[in-house]
Design a protein around this ligand. Structure first.
Ligand SMILES: [Zn+2]
Length: 319
């Protein structure tokens, strides 16, 4: 029930040699979702070993270029690979028109692929995608922006077969029903409740993605009880006023959001080229105990059954 976070671009505004423009993969076992698609995201995904064929959805927060410009190129590559399978693209109002304009101009080829565009409105809501629970929430930036929460569905608790045998529940449909957490009536008329026979449901791992935004209550809601909150931290705390003026947050503010939300891990990203990510994370650790400064292609495992943080060895793109 775990998810992997693979930061594919952790820079703000423009890519640098060390950090690409905003993009982050949230990967389950056999499918993954891309949050934002800045320039270079498809190359970073390939470097990370993520199969483009297994990409199910692209969730765009807002239409600033550093979050969107990689999408036309990614769609073109998927089409060239011969993909026909549907791809969900979620984004702010206007994203469907923007893609249509690019297509009409010949800048975007999607071939036979079904691109299913969903535009976000108002406070946000559910985004339907098989295999994941996805929600959006309106954030507070200079342009309409929605953050996302990507979670695996909960799984029923483990059934104690020895106990259900002892209770006389026959193997088969009744046992399956019990495993789903529902009481069953046996052929002899007895009703058996799942309590004591089935453990508590296993919660699916969850990742919230809040950028770009000033500190706002919607980010707290998005990150509520999440295994990981990925929050922007464009500047260090000394430049909070500048951050707010530009519609952004500091690492310390992101940590307060994560603490208020009781998120287990805070992953900081969207660093201005003028800040050191690790220094921003260090400031944030005064507020939240589990803070990671995202590095491009440095993967993180999230989920309850694993240690809260696992870092694999970073594999930096050459250059
Ligand atoms: Zn940005």
């Amino acid at each position: 029930m775990k998810l992997r976070i693979v930061p594919l671009g952790t820079s703000a505004g423009r890519p640098t040699l060390r950090r690409g423009a905003s993009a982050l993969a949230v990967a389950a076992e056999s499918a993954w979702v891309l949050c934002d698609c800045g320039e270079g995201a498809q190359l970073a995904a390939q470097r990370a070993g993520l199969s483009l064929a297994r990409l199910d959805a692209v969730l765009i927060t807002h239409l600033h270029g550093d979050h969107f410009n990689g999408l036309p190129g990614l769609l073109g590559t998927l089409a060239l690979e011969g993909r026909e399978r549907r791809l969900l693209v979620s984004g702010p109002p206007g994203i469907a028109d923007l893609l249509r304009h690019l297509q009409r101009a010949g800048a975007l080829g999607t071939g036979d692929m079904e691109v299913h565009v969903v535009e976000q409105h108002g406070a946000g809501g559910q985004v339907a995608l098989d295999g994941f629970h996805i929600e959006s929430r309106a954030l507070e930036h200079r342009v309409p922006t929605w953050g996302y929460r990507v979670a695996l569905p909960d799984r029923p608790g483990t059934l104690d077969v020895a106990k259900s045998d002892a209770a006389g529940v026959p193997r088969g449909p009744l046992l399956a029903e019990l495993k789903r957490g529902r009481p069953v009536t046996l052929p002899d008329g007895r009703t058996i409740a799942p309590d004591g026979l089935v453990g508590p449901p296993q919660r699916g791992a969850s990742v919230a993605y809040a950028l770009d935004t000033v500190p706002c209550p919607a980010a707290v809601e998005l990150g509520r009880d999440a295994d990981a909150l990925v929050h922007e931290a464009t500047y260090e705390d000394a430049r909070a006023a500048l951050a707010h003026q530009r519609g952004h947050s500091t690492g310390v503010e992101a940590a307060q959001i994560a603490a208020d939300a009781a998120a287990r891990m805070l992953v900081l990203t969207h660093f201005s080229p003028s800040v050191q990510g690790e220094a921003v994370a260090q400031e944030a650790r005064a507020i939240h105990p589990n803070v990671v400064a995202a590095e491009d292609l440095s993967e993180l495992a999230v989920g309850r059954s694993s240690p809260a943080t696992e870092s694999s060895s970073p594999a930096r793109p050459p250059g």
